[in-house]
Design a binder for this molecule. Sequence first.
Ligand code: HEM
Length: 397
Amino acid sequence: MQSLTQSPTDPAFVQDPYPFYERARALGALFFWEDYGFACSPDHALVNRLLRDRRLGREVPPEKVVPPPDHLRRFYALERHSLLEIEPPDHTRLRSLVMRAFTSRAIAALAPVIDEMAHALIDAFPRGEPFDLLTAFCEPIPVRTICRLLGVPEEMAPRLLAWSHAMVAMYQAGRTRAREEAAEAAARDFAAFVRDLVAERRRRPTDDLIGRLVIAESAGRQLTTDELVTTVILLLNAGHEATVHAFGNGIRALIEHGFWSASTFAGEGASERAVEEILRFDPPLHLFTRHVYEPIEIEGHRFMRGDVIGLLLAAAGRDPAVWEAPARFDPARTVTPHLAFGAGIHFCIGAPLARLELARALPILQRCCPRLVLAERPRYAMRYHFRGLERLMVCCG
Ligand code: HEM
């Protein structure tokens, strides 16, 4: 297997990782990424296959688990029960409980709520002066929608954002002690807040997602309180972090590539097609890893239990074997399934919700602000694998 060196904190790479993915693709379906110290795949077919292969998984094999340092005790206590850190049978049990709340009916019922939110936010835009669309539109919609679904007061949104940002910063390359301490403090405060919410729901049952999980927790020993707290935090964090940047990256692409027009969203299925193209072309999450559970041969290379393999979802979305001219952004493209939401048993639970938010809010924004222009060249925030703009300064005209 051939090796490549590329620092994930190199500013030029963070602004545009796609040329690196093409260099990697030229080496075949697998390459060794020196800086991470594991094999990676940019190949759509292989990434898709490995995401579904049960000989690999997200849970760290027990013999590889390192006890967390004391200053990160609370953070890892939460992580331990996260759907994203476990495999069956616990994963199946927890995921099926959450899935009950993500029925297509429950998600579809949020459409008018999202429409109303989008209009209210647009009405509050400053007219005639540049402003940051990320904080004025892209961020509030996913945060408030997930609060609504879970049954968390929307006034909590700013604190949820702060806790969430501090916690997800742990997944970025180049961790510092200060970042770790901020994540630990956020985990402590966030967990205390959710525990209070849970106690409140026990006293006064509600029909929101937290209410229903509390019933499952107290009635049938279906999940423990720790699992409940972690699941609520995961949903609140995952429920907005990626969608905010799908909005930002998408609006940027639509404007820069000349598709900010009514025709982009006109006609049956046009908005949904545009959303899929946004997620294929410049998704917010680029790299996920899997642990190998048993000896396995992949593309002629032998992997042993405990090895790690990186799956480059964003590179897979640019695979010329699947898409014609993949570097071209074309919102009218015929939809071919991309991997921006993953695949297999960890496939994104929130995919229908994220799709609905984008497909409802983007056309409303375009209709209300048809002359939206960029007020400056947007820059991506300095973090790799959570790919999103640091701000999106626009003028509404
Ligand atoms: C555009 C927005 C989003 C993107 C691109 C995205 C992407 C992903 C991806 C790639 C995974 C799988 C990770 C893996 O296989 O290792 C995932 C899992 C997950 N996502 Fe999302 N997500 C988005 C929005 C959401 C929303 C809105 C929610 C919550 C309502 C959510 C909740 C979750 C959860 C709970 C998991 C873990 C599922 C499991 O492990 O079984 N996501 N997401």
